[in-house]
Ligand binder design. Structure first.
Ligand code: ADP
Ligand code: GLC
Length: 487
């Protein structure tokens, strides 16, 4: 058994702003069959504290990063959790990163340093009853975990940092340095320094024993200037310990055969039943029924997602008999553009600005096409949910989208391999062409149905990737073998 402490700033089903939470929430169950026990350390946001059943207090201190703190151990939603209960840092409602004024909380450096320092202390033996062998950190919020393990007192613990999105780098002014409790050598050796500031993510990339990211293509892309966002040089230097491990999805939570958010459950042999979910979806979005394809978006509305490239095509979609539903929130200008499209095309375009987990399931189960025209996409989960729910993904050829969807070109259709529509470059023109291909394919119901079935049968589970993580942990801890459920 390998004991892993996973450290993250969000986790499904307790706190979620994006795919990071899905992955962190799914990994423990996915890894258990491989002889890996995962405990997850998360901040004690109000929603997390409220969900903990009968927590045990493992440790407490009157002044931890500026206020009283306790480390709680408990279970919630079948997850083994360690929760850093520190009201002065996390006792705030709403979004985990952003205050009610729409700006980052001003003390984010301290908030996430405190979380990371706790992980390091656990690795160093703070609590006699729990001693992880691996600290597995996720994204910039926990980027300091490997830095503490490297520069503060040595622990013997091994560290892994997973990059879910290199666009978020945790950059702060040097004035925060003293509050971080990071050994001064970290400042001296250039591990933190980033264009005159300091970066949590860079610190982690530089010091982790292994760096992973969430798809093989993204692992290559981030070594290039186009996608590396300034960190490509460092990642090239670390190429030997940089691995792309594709995300899976939790196939119990995302199962069209047993999904309480659907009007009617269905499976690969009853795809006709999707029509009832489509009708339910149309009703939710106030759409008229129609013959043409129902396109969909479930996304953060940000530059990364490329949805500004979709806006100019909405009139064309409607003119061709298509319809569109959009569930998302983000940039005000984009929200406004989609609202305006809905106002122009009542009954044809439906827009919900906001975050609605059950509705996102109904969109997957009812729409015909899931649109993901991202400019960059480390992995992307919505195209995986679409495959599993028989919605055809139409995606940009970048990152994990390129690794998970097989384009319906002539060769792939002949070979019976196509699962979606993939386009490049990521431009308005190429997206328009892809949408037209979507319309054309939809006119061929047999071909369409085959693609749906192939998607539904494709393996989007965690099985393969969990094995890769387990292998990585085994290598880092010097174990030759790990338990393999198939042996
Ligand atoms: P990212 O993490 O970059 O936002 P992913 O595709 O990896 O992209 O994950 C996004 C996750 O967030 C998916 O689970 C998706 O269903 C969900 N999601 C995004 N926007 C919304 C929304 N408005 N309502 C409900 N779920 C959403
Ligand atoms: C990030 C990425 C997304 C990825 C998710 C989970 O939010 O933007 O592509 O799927 O993390 O790894």
């Amino acid at each position: 058994m390998i004991e892993v402490l996973s450290i993250a700033s969000e986790i499904v089903p307790l706190v979620k702003t994006g795919g990071l939470a899905d992955v962190v929430g799914a990994l423990p169950a996915a890894l258990a069959p491989f002889g890996v026990r995962v405990t997850t350390l998360v901040p004690g946001y109000p929603a997390v504290i409220a969900a903990l059943a009968d927590p045990e207090v493992l440790w407490s201190h009157a002044d931890y990063f500026g206020g009283p703190a306790r480390l709680l151990k408990g279970r919630a939603a079948a997850l083994d959790l360690l929760v850093l209960d520190a009201g002065h840092l996390y006792g705030r409602p709403g979004n985990p990163y952003i205050g009610p004024d729409g700006r980052d909380w001003p003390d984010n450096a301290r908030r996430f340093a405190a979380l990371s320092f706790m992980a390091y202390e656990l690795g160093a033996g703070l609590v006699p009853t729990y001693r992880p062998e691996i600290l597995h950190a996720h994204d910039w919020q926990t980027g300091l975990v490997p830095a503490y393990a490297r520069f503060n007192a040595p622990t013997g613990v091994k560290t892994v940092l997973t990059v879910h999105n290199i666009a978020f780098q945790g950059v702060f002014g040097w004035d925060v340095f003293n509050a971080l409790r990071l050994d001064y050598r970290a400042a001296g050796e250039g591990a933190l320094e980033y264009w005159g500031n300091l970066s949590f993510l860079k610190a982690g990339l530089q010091t982790a024993d292994a760096v992973t990211t969430v798809s093989p293509t993204y692992a290559h892309e981030i070594r290039t200037a186009e996608y590396g966002m300034g960190l490509e040089g460092l990642l090239r230097a670390r190429a030997d310990s940089l691995f792309g491990i594709l995300n899976g999805i939790d196939t119990r939570v995302w199962d069209p055969g047993h999904d309480p958010a659907l009007a009617v459950p269905y499976g690969v042999h009853a795809l006709g039943d999707r029509a009832q979910n489509r009708a339910a979806l149309e009703e939710r979005f106030g759409l008229e029924p129609g013959e043409g394809p129902l396109f969909s978006v479930v996304s953060r509305l940000t530059w990364q997602k490329g949805l500004d490239l979709l806006v100019p095509h909405i009139d064309m979609i409607v003119e061709n008999g298509g319809r569109l539903v959009v569930l998302g929130s983000g940039d005000a200008a984009l929200e406004q553009a989609f609202r305006a499209a809905a106002a122009r095309h009542p009954g044809k375009v439906g827009v919900m600005i906001g975050y609605d987990e059950p509705l996102s399931h109904l969109v997957q189960g009812g729409a015909d096409v899931m649109l993901v025209p991202s400019r960059f996409e480390p992995c992307g989960l919505t195209q995986l949910y679409a495959l599993r729910y028989g919605s055809i993904p139409l995606v940009a050829r970048v990152g994990g989208l390129a690794d998970t969807v097989i384009d319906a070109n002539a060769a792939a259709l002949d070979a019976g391999a196509a699962t979606g529509i993939v386009f490049s470059p990521v431009t308005e023109e190429a997206l328009g062409e892809a949408l037209r291909r979507g319309f054309a394919l939809y006119q061929q119901p047999k071909v369409w149905r085959k693609m749906q079935r192939r998607g539904l049968k494709s393996d989007v589970s965690w099985d393969k990737s969990a094995r890769h993580y387990a292998d990585l942990y085994a290598t880092l801890t010097g174990r030759e073998h790990h338990a393999d459920p198939n042996d």
